[in-house]
Design a protein. Structure first.
Length: 124
């Protein structure tokens, strides 16, 4: 991961993001603070990467690395080698490229990410 240099005091709201990405059942709200890009991911119940974001990026699995924290909902991630993990509120997580994921249950998943914010759910 590239080091980020902080030169100015800034604060921005994810409720007024610099960029919005809206594939089906997906909300990605992106803010940029100096050299850092952060995102709030909101995935609706029934969301599955291979049925939603895949339609935008056109890869067989998610090819983005993720580093974040879950604040609501539950997400299950399965790697190409079938390794699987479930992420719930309060969990910090890392997810390497080469995975599918889906929301468990009837509550939206909300995660805040730093590593994938600049590229996740951007059209190919």
């Amino acid at each position: 991961m590239t080091a980020v240099s902080v030169r100015t005091l800034e604060a921005k709201s994810f409720d007024e993001p610099d960029e919005k990405r809206r594939p089906p059942k997906t909300q990605v709200d992106v803010v940029t603070l100096g050299d850092a890009t952060l995102a709030r991911f909101t995935f609706e119940p029934g969301w599955r990467w291979s049925e939603t974001v895949k339609t935008v990026v056109n890869t067989d699995t998610c090819q983005v690395n993720h580093v974040g924290i879950c604040t609501a909902g539950t997400l299950t991630v399965v790697m190409e080698d079938k390794t699987q993990a479930t992420i719930s509120p309060g969990h910090a997580y890392t997810i390497p490229a080469g995975h599918d994921a889906w929301v468990e249950g009837g509550e939206a998943f909300v995660g805040y990410e730093v590593m994938s914010a600049a590229t996740f759910a951007k059209p190919a």
